[in-house]
Design a protein. Sequence first.
Length: 528
Amino acid sequence: MAMEEEQELFAHDRDEDEEKGGKPKLELTVDEIIEEYVGSFGFSQLVHVFLVSLAWIFDSQHTLVTIFTDAEPQWRCKMNGYECWENASLCDLHPKAWEWVGGERMSTVAEWGLICGHRFRAGIPTCVFFLGSLLGSAIQGRLADSSLGRRKTLFYSCLFTSITAFLTSLSPNIWVYSILRFCNGFARSGIGICCLVLSTESVGRRWRGQVGQYGFFFFTAGFLSLPIISYPLQNSWRNIYRSISLLPLLYCLFIFPSISESPRWLSLRERKEEAMQVLTKLAQSNGKKIPKNLTISNPSCTQPGSRTCNLWSSKWARKRMALVMAVGLGVGFVYYGVQLNAQNLYFNLYFTVALNALMEIPAVFLGSVLLSCMDRRVLFSLSAIIAGISCFLCVILSRDRQKNKDQAGNWSQLSVESIGFMCISTAFDVMYIYCVELFPTSVRNFAVSMLRQALMFGASMAPMLVAQGRLSPFVSYLVFGGVGIFSGIFGSWLPETRNRPLYETLEQQEHEEMINEPYDSEMVKLPS
């Protein structure tokens, strides 16, 4: 009798399913739904990625604005009876014998006298900015994976970036200025993380690398916009900050409402109806339809505090994260250091910064093309090593210039420096894509935030070396070269992720990699 009752119950449930949809329920992961029913990369994802990636512009502007606002301007003799000569050091001249070209409000160095005995103070704002970014990456990365989600974290990051940038323009002295730069760094730290994850989590596996690189075009656009914004405002560093504070605010008001939350994150938080709504909207815009009987399968982890959602709970994840952070520290140090070192090349600052920004375009383009046909590990390592070799060549060329101090600038050095910057920029971009693919959805935002922390920590050490480079340029390039080569070597120890699926949890990824990727599982082990 029990057997007959079970058969009748099964037949009744089957009849109900057939009456509702004509087919039994089908459970698939978000990754499978995107690949099979939404489309790997259609028009809806293109628009979504475009709108999200616009925020990279602000990330770039607020990170690199100090190249102009904290630069040491040119000076000239007053010819007022005090002894003065053009090739002299400012520290050897009477304060009334010279003046800043363009006035004291041209930069923070000029306004607050950050020269001679106070020269070291000029590097403090940039250092604490990156330290603020380091702290913000940890906190905002955790919030984006847990309670706030990617979308809300992006909103608050943009909003507070705008507010802190405007307040920075009101700074009365170097110490208040440094505190506000720390706050600005903390605020903007969530922008890059959320932009990258929001973009890559909405597309199929074949397009993840290209979409991640696509966002860096906007980072480059922000970098390239700085000379354009700063040149007409060069007589007031405060107005530069006010101008770049407007864009994030406009983004929050007019563009942000059109951005959708990540369906992967919604699914992981058991908000499956919302996740399905996002997927359905994407599919409709692509001219496709999701079956009514389709549901999202249950991930094995729903709470960020559980073991499978804690990155540090898995031995393989801890080792992998440690290696990613070690590599990221070196890349961040070289990437931001070479940019900040632009003022030590003895060329027009606006021309040098614009050239470096333009070199990011071929870096992003080449990275996008090569990611589709090369292993991530090989592309990253080669890019970092070539960048290091270029810095070593700059050491030789900078020593040649020291022997000929009358030279306005060394075109050979500028060319080699530009090639090196293009390569380290490629490594920087690829490292972000790599990190997204190395970890599952449950800890992905946190993993990218940890990489971001490592990049910012490396960047926070660069300004002091750049300041030293004003006296001995070859020293800074020597250090940049060595760090770049070692980062490339360490990067070769990471596992390959090209064309691999994005896993949902740590346990799932560990299980699948041990079954399907024994070689990569061995590569996770750090060399003894």
